[in-house]
Design a protein around this ligand. Structure first.
Ligand code: FAD
Length: 448
């Protein structure tokens, strides 16, 4: 089957075919090794080959061939996802989208940008600067991750303090995607029609371009606040997030985490740290808040001009640095119960001690300032992780589990019938990233 398949693929113009085992292996992996549970499941999952289309026409032709041969097709941006999102569970073809990287249109009247899905967010942000704009939301991997991979696999990040999460209405305005059915087509979707493809791990359409909302470019300044006592630290961050100032980021790293961070960051003081990005005007208010609470702050400067910025130690980059010191650290992601954050942390501390270290991120959830947490956890067993998840749920946290493979498991745990319906329409043979959409596997039970 492979030789016939390759023969057909070789007839496609503007398509690179990668067959070398070491490259295919590398391009079949993402950062799932942050989870020892996924590591065990996914280490042997390798595609038959990888293709890189250069234009939309070659994407369509690959879809036609996959349909004809009934071969699984798993999409890949830069492969920085954490849950094996871009890992082919059932071999087949991995299609890396990074050569579709043009910025197609900028609409000055709305600030919307139309961009091909393989464009790196670092490049896109640089280009947007020319129009006085910037991306609203960035994963901490923004320099190397693609915008298509962020929409299909990410959730939020730097900017979530103001703009919430990617699936919130107003962030994704539309997209274009190629279907994989009897007659693959390039379809254009408006904001509402795009919803089922947003955060679907590429299971129900091959996104070729996106129309996304942007923000006015501001100069963001980074400030670090030293603070004793986790409860007080949380209170200060919350005071900052409800002040009438522009914010891009607000995070807390517990002192034991700070100890493991790069030396440029941790400084000398042995305290918890609050990390904030705001405008220069906003920084004045933060300094005032620090004075009121009698804590020290240190203004690092304009984030874009720093050799090492605080964007490099937040969101899942905190976990990255912890793992660089000790691979036994893993993590969880959750939304903490409103105004009961410290109770949850205290209760878990009593049970698990310093096996859990706390890293919090300020976010806006449907317009309400909230605290999310990405605690790092010393790995012992799957049972331990499941018990911690249960403990957190009982105390009111909403878990986004990074130790599972499905869209639903990593999200709210519920099946989105619109995602399944879209797959039925645009991928009726179930060839796109098979095994990742739980609702598809059990669709007959739901009469979808
Ligand atoms: P990939 O990993 O290649 O793909 C992600 C998913 O999208 C896969 O399911 C893939 O099949 C699908 N996909 C890719 N391209 C397409 C396409 N064109 N059409 C349809 N489906 C497609 N994530 C966050 O949300 N916020 C963070 O702050 C964050 N920080 C991180 C920090 C670290 C250290 C690491 C390792 C990961 C982090 N992530 C974060 C996860 C990940 O980096 C981001 O979600 C990133 O945007 C993914 O982009 P990518 O190009 O690497 O996508």
């Amino acid at each position: 089957r492979n030789s016939k398949l390759i023969e057909q693929l070789k007839k496609i113009d503007n398509l690179e075919i990668i067959e070398r085992t070491s490259d295919v292996k590398r391009l079949s992996k993402d950062f799932y090794n942050y989870s020892p549970i996924l590591e065990k499941k996914l280490d042997g999952c390798i595609a038959d080959l990888v293709v890189r289309p250069i234009d939309q026409n070659s994407v369509k032709k690959v879809a036609e061939i996959c349909w004809e041969f009934s071969i699984p097709l798993t999409l890949r941006g830069s492969g920085t996802g954490n849950y094996g999102q871009a890992v082919p569970l059932f071999k087949g073809i991995v299609m890396q989208m990074n050569c579709l990287n043009k910025i197609e249109e900028f609409h000055p009247e709305t600030g919307f940008v139309k961009v091909q899905s393989g464009c790196l967010m670092g490049d896109l942000n640089k280009e947007l600067e020319k129009y006085g704009r910037e991306l609203r939301l960035l994963p901490s991997t923004w320099k190397t991750a693609t915008i298509g991979g962020f929409i299909a696999g990410g959730s939020g990040g730097i900017g979530s303090i103001r703009w919430g999460f990617l699936r919130d209405p107003g962030n994704l305005i539309g997209l274009e995607a190629v279907t994989i059915n009897e007659e693959p087509k390039l379809l254009r979707f408006d904001a509402e029609e795009s919803e089922p493809l947003n955060h679907a791990y590429g299971t129900n359409g091959i996104i070729t371009s996106l129309l996304i909302a942007t923000d006015i470019k501001r100069k963001w300044y980074s400030i670090i606040i030293d603070c004793e006592g986790l409860n007080k630290t949380i209170e200060i961050l919350k005071t900052c997030t409800t002040a009438a100032i522009d914010l891009k980021l607000g995070a807390i790293l517990e002192k034991e985490i700070v100890d493991q961070m790069p030396s440029w960051f941790k400084g000398k003081s042995k305290s918890h740290k609050i990390l904030i990005q705001s405008t220069l005007g906003g920084i004045k208010t933060i300094e005032l808040i620090c004075k009121k609470y009698e804590v020290n702050s240190f203004l690092l400067g304009e984030e874009d001009k720093l050799t090492n910025g605080i964007s490099e130690v937040v969101w899942n980059h905190t976990t990255l640095h912890m793992r660089a010191k000790d691979k036994n650290w893993t993590y969880l992601q959750m939304l903490l119960p409103l105004d009961k954050e410290f109770e949850l942390i205290n209760s878990l501390r009593e049970k698990w001690g310093k096996n859990i270290l706390w890293h919090l991120e300020a976010v806006s959830q449907q317009g309400v300032p909230r605290l999310a947490a990405l605690p790092v956890i010393k790995w012992h067993s799957s049972d331990q992780i499941n018990q911690i998840i249960d403990n957190c749920k009982k105390l009111g946290a909403i878990i986004f589990n990074p130790h599972v493979l499905t869209v639903e498991g990593g999200g709210l745990g519920v099946i989105d019938s619109d995602q399944v319906k879209a797959k039925l329409k645009f991928d009726p043979k179930g060839l796109l990233n098979p095994g990742k959409l739980q609702g598809w596997e059990i669709k007959d039970e739901f009469n979808i």
